[in-house]
Design a protein around this ligand. Structure first.
Ligand code: ADP
Ligand code: MG
Length: 245
């Protein structure tokens, strides 16, 4: 379970996270929404320890991870896999090297790495023939899949995606959401997805909405269409269409 309690973060005079509370249960799939610049990415980075909060706690499985220092902080990265907004692949490395990088750096024999990489590449819906390609030879959707395959190599219990569908066409958006859902079910992870895309509501269990540095709404996705919560109402109305099929 992830328990975020009274989390606060400012950059200079600018208050971004202003006493934010949120609980995410084990195996929950939660979509996090909010306007651009609202502090969604800053929230995720505080969960995984890339940004230290000024105050408050992020308790993962009973441990306040904001208190971890130095080498101990690595513990968070083995528990929480972070899939970056732009797949962040290394252009000079092949797909095989990108996905297998951590194992290769730890001197695990390449044949052994290859078996694991092939398994992961297939689990994200790619064929092994992409292994020798370079990121520049892949489509946007394929790059996102490779980024996810790399994150899955560490078998994280918690998967965190920061706007995984930015810059993709609507059909690819849907395919990536299907992949996120399939991965959530197969790997039995807790899944947090920041998204602008209403299609995520077809897959997530719950939604949390950020506004002025706090969570102003959290509830099951099925309830949001009828919600009279003013923030949710406005957010949904701002989007052009209603629930998809
Ligand atoms: N490392 C940083 N230093 C200073 N300001 C930052 C930093 N990271 C984010 N911000 C600011 O915090 C605000 C929230 O950013 P962000 O979390 O990226 O928004 P979003 O909800 O779009 O993901 C923005 O105004 C951004 O400029
Ligand atoms: Mg962001």
């Amino acid at each position: 379970m992830i328990e975020i309690k009274n989390l606060q973060k400012s950059f200079g005079p600018k208050k971004i996270t202003r006493g934010l509370n949120l609980e995410v249960q084990d195996r929950e799939f939660i979509a996090i929404i909010g306007r651009s610049g609202e502090g969604k990415s800053v929230l995720l980075k505080q969960i995984i320890g890339l940004i230290k909060p000024d105050a408050g706690q992020v308790i993962i499985d009973g441990e306040d991870v904001t208190k971890l220092k130095g080498a101990e902080q690595q513990k968070i990265f083995t528990k929480c896999g972070y899939v970056f907004q732009f797949a962040a692949l290394l252009d000079s490395l092949t797909v095989f090297e990108n996905v297998g990088i951590t194992m290769l750096e730890n001197d695990i024999p390449p044949e052994q790495v290859k078996l694991k990489v092939i398994e992961r590449i297939q689990s994200v819906g790619l064929k092994p023939d992409v292994l020798d390609k370079y990121p520049s030879e892949l489509s946007g959707g394929m790059r996102k899949r490779v980024g996810l395959a790399r994150t899955l190599m560490l078998n994280p219990k918690i998967l965190i995606y920061d706007e995984p569908t930015t810059g993709l066409d609507p059909i690819t958006v849907r395919r990536i959401h299907e992949l996120i859902k399939k991965t959530h079910d197969e790997q039995q992870t807790t899944t947090l997805v920041i998204s602008h895309d209403i299609d995520i509501f077809n897959y997530a269990d719950s939604v949390a909405m950020l506004f002025e540095g706090k969570v102003v709404y959290k509830g099951p996705t099925k309830d949001i269409w009828d919600s009279d919560n003013p923030y949710i109402y406005q957010f949904i109305r701002g989007l052009s269409k209603g629930p998809i099929d």
